[in-house]
Design a protein around this ligand. Structure first.
Ligand SMILES: *[C@@H]1O[C@H](CO)[C@@H](O)[C@H](O)[C@H]1NC(C)=O
Length: 201
Protein backbone atom coordinates (compact mmCIF):
# COMPACT_ATOMS: atom_id res chain seq x y z
CA UNK A 1 0.00 0.00 0.00
CA UNK A 2 2.65 2.47 1.00
CA UNK A 3 5.11 2.48 -1.85
CA UNK A 4 2.39 2.36 -4.52
CA UNK A 5 0.49 5.16 -2.76
CA UNK A 6 3.63 7.29 -2.58
CA UNK A 7 4.20 6.78 -6.29
CA UNK A 8 0.65 7.91 -7.06
CA UNK A 9 1.23 11.09 -5.09
CA UNK A 10 4.47 11.72 -7.02
CA UNK A 11 2.68 11.20 -10.33
CA UNK A 12 -0.09 13.62 -9.34
CA UNK A 13 2.48 16.31 -8.65
CA UNK A 14 4.48 15.69 -11.83
CA UNK A 15 1.55 16.31 -14.21
CA UNK A 16 0.84 19.99 -13.33
CA UNK A 17 4.60 20.67 -13.23
CA UNK A 18 4.95 19.21 -16.74
CA UNK A 19 2.10 21.42 -17.99
CA UNK A 20 3.60 24.54 -16.38
CA UNK A 21 7.07 23.82 -17.79
CA UNK A 22 5.59 23.40 -21.27
CA UNK A 23 3.72 26.71 -20.89
CA UNK A 24 6.83 28.53 -19.66
CA UNK A 25 8.83 27.27 -22.64
CA UNK A 26 6.08 28.35 -25.07
CA UNK A 27 5.94 31.83 -23.49
CA UNK A 28 9.71 32.15 -23.99
CA UNK A 29 9.05 32.10 -27.74
CA UNK A 30 7.18 35.40 -27.29
CA UNK A 31 9.69 37.79 -25.66
CA UNK A 32 7.85 40.43 -23.65
CA UNK A 33 4.57 38.84 -24.76
CA UNK A 34 5.07 39.80 -28.39
CA UNK A 35 5.60 37.88 -31.60
CA UNK A 36 9.12 38.40 -32.99
CA UNK A 37 9.62 39.23 -36.68
CA UNK A 38 12.54 36.85 -37.05
CA UNK A 39 13.02 33.50 -35.29
CA UNK A 40 16.78 34.09 -35.24
CA UNK A 41 16.13 36.78 -32.62
CA UNK A 42 14.94 34.27 -30.04
CA UNK A 43 17.46 33.16 -27.40
CA UNK A 44 19.08 29.87 -28.45
CA UNK A 45 18.31 27.98 -25.23
CA UNK A 46 14.58 28.46 -25.91
CA UNK A 47 14.99 26.38 -29.08
CA UNK A 48 16.44 23.45 -27.14
CA UNK A 49 12.90 22.74 -25.83
CA UNK A 50 13.95 22.02 -22.24
CA UNK A 51 10.49 22.81 -20.87
CA UNK A 52 8.44 21.32 -23.71
CA UNK A 53 10.41 18.09 -24.27
CA UNK A 54 12.58 17.47 -21.19
CA UNK A 55 10.20 18.56 -18.43
CA UNK A 56 7.01 18.28 -20.50
CA UNK A 57 6.45 15.46 -22.96
CA UNK A 58 9.10 13.17 -21.49
CA UNK A 59 7.64 13.62 -18.00
CA UNK A 60 4.20 12.34 -19.04
CA UNK A 61 5.47 8.74 -19.24
CA UNK A 62 6.90 8.43 -15.72
CA UNK A 63 3.95 10.40 -14.32
CA UNK A 64 1.38 8.02 -15.87
CA UNK A 65 3.37 4.96 -14.80
CA UNK A 66 3.60 6.26 -11.21
CA UNK A 67 -0.13 7.00 -11.18
CA UNK A 68 -0.89 3.44 -12.25
CA UNK A 69 1.34 1.72 -9.69
CA UNK A 70 -1.17 1.80 -6.87
CA UNK A 71 -3.82 -0.05 -8.88
CA UNK A 72 -1.42 -2.60 -10.26
CA UNK A 73 -2.64 -6.12 -9.69
CA UNK A 74 -0.17 -7.83 -7.44
CA UNK A 75 -1.73 -11.24 -7.32
CA UNK A 76 -1.62 -12.51 -10.85
CA UNK A 77 1.92 -13.19 -11.91
CA UNK A 78 2.80 -16.86 -12.43
CA UNK A 79 0.95 -17.80 -9.29
CA UNK A 80 3.42 -15.69 -7.36
CA UNK A 81 1.54 -13.16 -5.29
CA UNK A 82 4.13 -10.45 -5.22
CA UNK A 83 6.05 -10.77 -8.45
CA UNK A 84 3.59 -8.72 -10.57
CA UNK A 85 3.81 -5.85 -8.16
CA UNK A 86 7.53 -6.24 -7.85
CA UNK A 87 7.93 -6.12 -11.59
CA UNK A 88 5.78 -2.97 -11.78
CA UNK A 89 7.89 -1.28 -9.12
CA UNK A 90 11.04 -2.42 -10.88
CA UNK A 91 9.98 -1.03 -14.26
CA UNK A 92 8.98 2.23 -12.57
CA UNK A 93 12.67 2.70 -11.71
CA UNK A 94 13.45 2.86 -15.43
CA UNK A 95 10.73 5.44 -16.03
CA UNK A 96 11.88 7.40 -12.99
CA UNK A 97 15.38 7.45 -14.47
CA UNK A 98 13.97 8.75 -17.76
CA UNK A 99 12.22 11.49 -15.74
CA UNK A 100 15.46 12.42 -13.97
CA UNK A 101 17.20 12.72 -17.35
CA UNK A 102 14.42 14.82 -18.95
CA UNK A 103 14.01 17.20 -16.02
CA UNK A 104 17.79 17.29 -15.56
CA UNK A 105 18.14 18.42 -19.17
CA UNK A 106 15.66 21.25 -18.59
CA UNK A 107 17.38 22.17 -15.31
CA UNK A 108 20.86 22.42 -16.84
CA UNK A 109 19.54 24.29 -19.87
CA UNK A 110 17.73 26.83 -17.66
CA UNK A 111 20.84 27.38 -15.56
CA UNK A 112 22.92 27.96 -18.71
CA UNK A 113 20.29 30.34 -20.11
CA UNK A 114 20.14 32.33 -16.86
CA UNK A 115 23.90 32.61 -16.75
CA UNK A 116 24.26 33.62 -20.37
CA UNK A 117 21.33 36.03 -20.46
CA UNK A 118 18.94 36.69 -23.34
CA UNK A 119 19.68 37.47 -26.96
CA UNK A 120 18.60 41.03 -27.75
CA UNK A 121 19.19 44.07 -29.94
CA UNK A 122 21.81 46.35 -28.39
CA UNK A 123 21.43 49.24 -30.84
CA UNK A 124 23.74 47.89 -33.54
CA UNK A 125 23.24 44.13 -33.70
CA UNK A 126 21.43 41.12 -32.24
CA UNK A 127 23.74 39.63 -29.63
CA UNK A 128 24.13 38.28 -26.10
CA UNK A 129 25.25 41.44 -24.28
CA UNK A 130 25.80 39.78 -20.88
CA UNK A 131 28.45 37.43 -19.54
CA UNK A 132 28.58 35.03 -16.62
CA UNK A 133 25.31 36.23 -15.13
CA UNK A 134 26.67 39.74 -14.51
CA UNK A 135 23.24 41.22 -15.36
CA UNK A 136 21.61 39.33 -12.49
CA UNK A 137 23.07 41.64 -9.86
CA UNK A 138 23.32 44.84 -11.89
CA UNK A 139 20.11 46.40 -13.18
CA UNK A 140 22.01 49.12 -15.02
CA UNK A 141 23.34 46.56 -17.48
CA UNK A 142 19.79 45.72 -18.57
CA UNK A 143 19.78 48.92 -20.65
CA UNK A 144 22.09 47.12 -23.07
CA UNK A 145 18.98 45.40 -24.42
CA UNK A 146 16.98 47.91 -26.44
CA UNK A 147 14.56 45.42 -27.89
CA UNK A 148 12.50 43.27 -27.54
CA UNK A 149 10.91 45.30 -24.77
CA UNK A 150 11.22 43.67 -21.31
CA UNK A 151 13.22 40.76 -22.73
CA UNK A 152 15.50 40.60 -19.67
CA UNK A 153 12.82 40.27 -16.94
CA UNK A 154 10.77 38.03 -19.26
CA UNK A 155 13.56 35.49 -19.78
CA UNK A 156 14.78 35.85 -16.22
CA UNK A 157 11.35 35.04 -14.75
CA UNK A 158 10.51 32.17 -17.08
CA UNK A 159 13.91 30.48 -16.97
CA UNK A 160 13.93 30.84 -13.17
CA UNK A 161 10.52 29.15 -13.01
CA UNK A 162 11.78 26.40 -15.32
CA UNK A 163 14.86 25.97 -13.13
CA UNK A 164 12.79 25.57 -9.95
CA UNK A 165 10.09 23.35 -11.46
CA UNK A 166 12.51 21.05 -13.27
CA UNK A 167 14.57 20.87 -10.06
CA UNK A 168 11.46 19.65 -8.20
CA UNK A 169 10.82 17.11 -10.96
CA UNK A 170 14.36 15.77 -10.62
CA UNK A 171 13.84 15.33 -6.86
CA UNK A 172 10.40 13.68 -7.27
CA UNK A 173 11.68 11.23 -9.88
CA UNK A 174 14.73 10.60 -7.72
CA UNK A 175 12.41 9.69 -4.84
CA UNK A 176 10.65 7.20 -7.09
CA UNK A 177 13.99 5.59 -7.99
CA UNK A 178 14.50 4.86 -4.27
CA UNK A 179 10.80 4.03 -3.77
CA UNK A 180 10.89 1.66 -6.73
CA UNK A 181 13.98 -0.07 -5.36
CA UNK A 182 12.25 -0.55 -1.99
CA UNK A 183 9.10 -1.79 -3.72
CA UNK A 184 11.12 -4.25 -5.78
CA UNK A 185 12.92 -5.60 -2.75
CA UNK A 186 9.97 -5.63 -0.34
CA UNK A 187 7.29 -6.63 -2.82
CA UNK A 188 4.83 -4.02 -1.50
CA UNK A 189 2.04 -6.54 -1.36
CA UNK A 190 -0.10 -5.87 1.66
CA UNK A 191 -2.82 -5.25 -0.91
CA UNK A 192 -2.96 -8.99 -1.57
CA UNK A 193 -4.82 -9.28 1.70
CA UNK A 194 -7.81 -7.66 0.04
CA UNK A 195 -7.65 -9.86 -3.04
CA UNK A 196 -8.16 -12.94 -0.91
CA UNK A 197 -5.68 -14.73 -3.11
CA UNK A 198 -8.28 -15.62 -5.74
CA UNK A 199 -7.43 -12.78 -8.08
CA UNK A 200 -10.59 -10.74 -7.52
CA UNK A 201 -10.53 -7.32 -5.95
C1 LIG B 1 26.65 48.12 -13.19
O1 LIG B 1 27.09 48.25 -14.51
C2 LIG B 1 27.39 49.59 -14.88
C3 LIG B 1 27.66 49.61 -16.37
O2 LIG B 1 28.70 48.73 -16.73
C4 LIG B 1 28.59 50.06 -14.06
O3 LIG B 1 28.91 51.39 -14.40
C5 LIG B 1 28.22 49.96 -12.59
O4 LIG B 1 29.34 50.29 -11.80
C6 LIG B 1 27.75 48.57 -12.22
N1 LIG B 1 27.21 48.57 -10.87
C7 LIG B 1 27.57 47.66 -9.98
C8 LIG B 1 26.90 47.77 -8.65
O5 LIG B 1 28.37 46.79 -10.23
Amino acid sequence: MCTGGCAKCLGTTLIPLAVLCTLANILLFFPGGKVVENNVHITNEVWYFGGILGSGVLMIFPALVFLGLKNNDCCGCCGNESCGKRFAMFSSIIFAAVGVLGAGYCFVLSAVALNRGPKCYNGTEWTYPFQDGNYLANHTLWNACQSPENIVPWNLTLFSLLLVMSGIQVVLCGIQVVNGLLGTICGDCQCCGCCGGDGTV
